[in-house]
Design a protein around this ligand. Structure first.
Ligand SMILES: Nc1ncnc2c1ncn2[C@@H]1O[C@H](COP(=O)(O)OP(=O)(O)OP(=O)(O)O)[C@@H](O)[C@H]1O
Ligand SMILES: [Mg+2]
Length: 148
């Protein structure tokens, strides 16, 4: 269960297309618990994009190393924590490949998820932790002048 009293929230997710839904519900609940309703809409959207990407990357990853397999070959994970007024969201998957912003043509059906993240997050990026795979992270902060 989501423990909304904790300052750090970890969620292990199966590599299913439905996982983005569970991640969205989790994030909404955590931010409600943190009284950060101002960030729920943006957080839910970026969560959906990052978790969907992680599911696709993890499922198609042929580079599950021994080290990564020891972490967990069957799941991705996400966590949320607070740094002052800023929320940090991280999503791990087993693929070492980097997320790359695409330049989709108007009739392309994909290639827009990271544009949404780029628009809504204050910052985002990725790194490769030592056990393997990759963590894509983003920070969310209230817009200056936004009502509290
Ligand atoms: N977690 C990830 N691991 C590896 N590659 C990734 C990851 N996230 C994104 N990418 C790469 O970055 C590209 C752009 O991601 P983006 O989310 O913008 O588009 P998409 O997932 O292809 O389509 P859409 O999100 O619009 O359904 C992806 O096509 C993929 O090649
Ligand atoms: Mg995507």
């Amino acid at each position: 269960m989501t423990d909304v009293t904790s300052s750090e929230q970890y969620l292990k997710l199966s590599v299913f297309s439905t996982s983005a839904y569970y991640a969205r519900v989790h994030v909404q609940r955590v931010l409600e618990g943190w009284h950060r309703d101002d960030l729920i809409e943006a957080a839910v959207l970026v969560t959906s994009e990052l978790v969907s990407n992680a599911v696709k990357a993890h499922a198609s990853c042929s580079a599950i190393t021994e080290a990564t397999a020891q972490v967990d070959p069957d799941h991705i994970w996400m966590d949320l924590y607070r740094v002052g007024e800023t929320i940090v969201l991280r999503v791990w998957d087993a693929s070492p490949l980097a997320p790359v912003i695409r330049d989709p043509a108007p009739d392309d059906e994909s290639g827009r998820g990271l544009h949404i993240v780029d628009l809504l997050a204050s910052e985002w990026g990725y790194y490769r932790p030592s056990p393997g795979g990759k963590i894509v992270w983003c920070t969310l902060a209230a817009s200056p002048g936004a009502p509290e």
